[in-house]
Design a protein around this ligand. Structure first.
Ligand code: FE
Length: 207
């Protein structure tokens, strides 16, 4: 079995001006797909790497970074998790998640500002992330293809801040992209689901 490009859980034109169908065409159809194709090509040349899950291979190759295969695998996991964290219908955090947000940041608005600051402040390519640490919410970022899956993280949400994520719709203005996504297009139900600590499994796939 080879790794697959996971289908998007919504139509490519579902986000209107927030994220265009053209962005999905390139970002999911070209960039994410290229990581899948390259990973499969590299794995095909090494029988020892075959039959392992995406998560298992990320943990294995993380030890030998910088590693070309790790970069592809990290990006497969990160993009798969990123798509799941987006929603074309505006949602709001409720219940236990809202309680944790208020406890850790004071308000949803503060959390959004902190995530936006992390996204904008991250130098060059990477990912802004919301993790669960010891029952509390934590904002951090990962550089290039680094991924929560390479760490003992409990990821709730990640935001792609590579230029390819926003250049078509926002040109060079990463802050506008982060603001629009974080305010209008986060799947807070998915974030809440990941409070079970199983977020890492939700973007995994068998080898
Ligand atoms: Fe990306």
């Amino acid at each position: 079995m080879a790794f697959q490009l996971p289908p998007l859980p919504y139509a490519t034109d579902a986000f209107g001006e927030i994220l265009s169908a053209e962005t999905f065409h390139f970002h999911h159809g070209k960039h994410h797909n290229a990581y899948v194709l390259k990973a499969n090509e590299l794995i095909a040349t090494n029988p020892e790497l075959q039959g392992k899950s995406l998560f298992e291979l990320i943990r294995l190759t993380a030890k030998s970074r910088p590693d070309e295969l790790f970069n592809q695998l990290g990006q497969i996991w990160n993009h798969s998790f990123y798509w799941l964290g987006l929603s074309p219908q505006k949602k709001q955090p409720t219940g236990k998640l809202l309680g944790l947000i208020n406890e850790s940041f004071g308000s949803l608005d503060n959390l959004v500002e902190k995530l936006k600051g992390e996204a904008v402040g991250h130098f060059a390519s990477g990912w802004a992330a919301l993790n669960l640490i010891d029952g509390k919410l934590d904002v951090t970022s990962y550089h290039d293809a680094d991924t929560p899956a390479a760490h003992d993280a409990r990821p709730l949400l990640i935001l792609d801040v590579w230029e390819h994520a926003y250049y078509i719709d926002y040109r060079n203005v990463r802050a506008s992209y982060a603001e629009a996504i974080l305010r209008h297009a986060i799947n807070w139900d998915f974030v809440a689901q990941n409070l079970d600590g199983l977020g890492l499994t939700r973007a995994d796939q068998p080898g």
